[in-house]
Design a protein around this ligand. Structure first.
Ligand SMILES: Nc1nc2c([nH]c(=O)n2[C@@H]2O[C@H](COP(=O)(O)OP(=O)(O)OP(=O)(O)O)[C@@H](O)[C@H]2O)c(=O)[nH]1
Ligand SMILES: [Mg+2]
Length: 137
């Protein structure tokens, strides 16, 4: 079967970077696909939503922070074939947000130095993103 037979799933994600240059990773909770793996916060775009609006909504839903579109800098993207879909995942970088961050979906959060990102098990789609972030930061 040709790769093109797979549906494309667009997921928006963000590397939140704190004042010390550390990156936020969230560990997917038990019960979700790829539970236990560390990922960038984000999620699927709903019909009619812009990528930025989807990310702003997901950040509120998942970690209770408020982000504005102006603070979302497009950085790179992942394109990865999973078994049942092809993931297309724009990755933004964001250094400014408002509100007290807290996990709202049972995730564990970790602030990770770029050099240590490799120590966290991440979905296969994320591997190239880590190298690019390490170059940036
Ligand atoms: N958020 C996020 N999703 C990722 C990353 N890498 C990666 O392969 N994915 C995949 O993207 C897909 C959708 O992400 P998601 O589960 O966060 O979607 P969501 O927040 O809308 O969750 P929901 O479906 O439970 O409502 C999953 O199959 C997930 O494994 C990543 O770094 N961050
Ligand atoms: Mg999500």
């Amino acid at each position: 079967m040709a790769d093109s037979a797979l549906p494309i799933l667009t997921v928006v994600a963000v590397a939140l970077v704190d004042a010390d240059g550390r990156v936020l990773l969230a560990q997917r909770p038990a019960g979700k696909a790829m539970a236990g793996l560390w990922e960038f916060p984000g999620g699927k775009i709903h019909p009619g939503e812009s990528p930025e609006a989807a990310l702003i909504r997901e950040l509120k839903e998942e970690i209770d922070i408020d982000v504005t579109e102006a603070c979302l800098a497009p950085f790179t993207f992942a394109s990865h074939r999973y078994e049942s879909f092809h993931l297309l995942m724009p990755l933004y970088v964001c250094r400014r947000w408002k509100g007290a961050m807290r996990p709202r979906e049972g995730q564990t959060l970790a602030w990770v130095r770029p050099a240590k990102l490799g120590e966290y098990a991440m979905p296969p789609a994320d591997k190239p993103l880590v190298a690019m972030l390490q170059d940036l930061l």
